[in-house]
Write a protein that binds this ligand. Structure first.
Ligand code: NAP
Length: 293
């Protein structure tokens, strides 16, 4: 069976156009423009590119965005002062501190300083806890993107066995908490595998849905999954490729070419989960503004 390719760019474009409509309505009916304050510390090229992508998405949807750029030498106190300024500025409904931060700054301390109602990345323990008990104000962006891809591609996880590979705080753990909820777009039986799992293949072969978030190129092979499986590949890995000008290409955590012949649906890398993450950040920012409206 050749799999349906789940087009993350298309799903993201659909959601962005829904958000644009919501923003137009918020402006017209309540005179309210959703605002996102982004803080970028240092010159990390990947961070600069992520922040640029977020600013572009805001512009497309009609969200007011300001990026505050701070030097590599910024102290923790200086950064906390800026976070507090944005906390108190009603123009900004959401605050995002681009990670990673320079080593002199305690990342956890900074994320804790963001007021939970402005925590549109959903990294604050308050929001993580609310999600866990099934009363979320926001959902973390990459896991929420995965859930939207499943639901909008006609692969609702309800009643399915989902195997998540990876247990990070930003992908695996929150996904587990989201998909096991007795809620729409969830209600799945969830297994999480990681480096402590003795026989990962044993679990993967039982999965109706595999979500790969391990950060290792193409470690999940076709003989590790069952026929008709749905695969969401979160992984983004650089592998050398002499045919490319950059000298590398991006691949996911699964062996896409082989698994697409066996799966019923699969996301590509790039063009799968990637475009969804920023889109869900936009969704959280609009939600934050709606709560104020
Ligand atoms: P991470 O913090 O490095 O966590 C990786 C997890 O996978 C860990 O729990 C680790 O287990 C587990 N793992 C690693 N190798 C494994 C293996 N061979 N077998 C089984 N488990 C294994 O990574 P992350 O932040 O979750 O990101 C995962 C991938 O998703 C990365 O490629 C990242 O670039 C990508 N990502 C993409 C987006 C997007 O928007 N597209 C967003 C976020 C992340 P232990 O806990 O035992 O170490």
């Amino acid at each position: 069976m050749a799999a349906t390719i789940i087009d993350g760019n298309q799903v993201a474009a659909d959601i962005r156009s829904e958000l644009k409509e919501k923003v137009t309505k918020l402006k017209a009916e309540k005179g309210l423009t959703p605002g996102l304050g982004v803080i970028l510390v240092g010159e990390n090229p990947a961070s600069i590119s992520y922040v640029t992508g977020k600013a572009k998405a805001c512009e497309e949807i009609g969200i007011h965005e300001e990026t505050i750029r701070m030097p590599d030498t910024t102290s923790e106190t200086e950064l906390l002062q800026i976070v507090e300024k944005l906390n108190n500025d009603p123009k900004f409904h959401g605050i995002l501190v681009q990670l990673p931060l320079p080593k002199q700054i305690d990342e956890k301390k900074v994320l804790l300083a963001i007021r939970p109602e402005k925590d549109v990345d959903c990294f604050h323990p308050y929001n993580v806890g609310k999600m866990l008990i099934g009363e979320p104000d926001y959902l973390p962006c990459t896991p929420a993107g995965v859930q939207q891809l499943l639901v909008r591609s006609g692969n609702d996880p309800s009643g399915k066995h989902v195997v998540i590979c990876g247990r990070s705080n930003i992908v695996g753990k929150p996904l587990m908490a989201m998909l096991m909820q007795k809620a729409k777009g969830a209600n799945a039986t969830v297994t999480v595998v990681h480096t402590g799992t003795k026989d990962m293949t044993y679990y993967l072969r039982q999965a109706d849905i595999v979500i790969a978030a391990v950060g290792a190129p193409q470690v999940i092979k076709a003989d590790m999954v069952k026929d008709g499986v749905v695969v969401i590949d979160v992984g983004v890995n650089r592998v050398p490729d002499a045919t490319k000008k950059s000298g590398f290409r991006l691949v996911g955590d699964v062996d896409f070419d082989a698994i697409k012949e066996k799966a019923s649906a699969i996301t590509p890398v790039p063009g799968g989960v990637g475009p969804m993450t920023i889109t869900m950040l936009m969704m959280n920012t609009v939600t934050a503004a709606e709560k104020k409206g």
